[in-house]
Design a protein around this ligand. Sequence first.
Ligand code: GLV
Ligand code: MN
Ligand code: MN
Ligand code: MN
Length: 387
Amino acid sequence: MWGAIEHLGRDDRTRGYLRDAWSPADLELRQWFRQEAAGRGLDLREDRNGNLWAWWGDPSERPGVVTGSHLDSVRQGGAFDGPLGVVSAFAALDVLRARGFEPGRPLGIACFTDEEGARFGVPCMGSRLLTGVLDPDRARGLTDDEGDSLAEVLRGAGRDPGELGRDPETLGHVGVFLELHVEQGQDLVHRDAPVGVASAIWPHGRWRFDFRGQANHAGTTRLEDRDDPMLPFARTVLRAREAAERGGVVATFGKFRVSPNNANAVPGLVSAWLDARGGEEAAVRALVAELVEFSGAEVSAESWTPVVDFDVVLRERIAAAVGGAPILATGAGHDAGILASAGVPSAMVFVRNPTGISHSPDEYAETADCHAGVTALATALEDLCGS
Ligand code: GLV
Ligand code: MN
Ligand code: MN
Ligand code: MN
């Protein structure tokens, strides 16, 4: 399975992946998912928000146990963030069938749409729409860097954007959700364990800062006559670092756009995206409030995800089933967190990442650890589905 998708959306110059939601690479990955489902005789369903579900058993009779993740990537991302959870889901199902296991309740594999929010800015778009925490009108109007709205992009992919929105019927099929993911940190390295289980996801969000100035000639405009938005932006980047250190949180300006983007012009507009996260919501909010005030920019909130505490009974049960795996919190967002917040008992299994690097082509997991992840997932599914 890994060999079938490894090359899709890969930039061979950098080894990074470009798998924006609804891009040609994403469409190919979705097609691969359908084929994997068909090859196993699973019942393939695509919900109104573009999430894919492959069922062994009928979830309208009884809500099932679902596992899976996403296939889109950040720009120049790694191979594992997302696809490892989907490939492992199919592999775990194969392990269960090879063991002769007959699930006592339906077992589903899910692929969520646009988890990273690389294209339209809002992460976990598919699960947010499904659970109703993202307004479909807002989603339809979100635009990508080319100025194309999600509604236009969906129409281009042959879908009806009018269908987007809360989907209680599909959500009702999910009795339990389990997401396997590459670890995005080095906790498991330090604990000398190939797999771990998630305890919590930090509260986190994204904000857009627009710094406005006056575009002008770089040679003829005297320094004292300039209104250069790059300066408040640069000061805000430094202030974010300082405030994050003071507040015990993390804050990142990882994306910005400068307009008109000429080497020989003072810019007229800088738009920059702040990603802020931390163990305490109040500390994250305080940092954002400080930067809004300090920057003088027009600021709009793009997404907010409150703290997620995964179901204690479920996580302990999974940790025990997989042989006493360590339990850890994470600063990364996941569809499992969105489902947990919507009241679906959810859990996550992490696979060790030797360097901890993620959202980069250097993201990595050893094959033996990936196999340990599949075994752990299969064991957890067996436990949750009953024999
Ligand atoms: C998703 O990977 C996120 O945490 O940004
Ligand atoms: Mn990610
Ligand atoms: Mn991910
Ligand atoms: Mn000129």
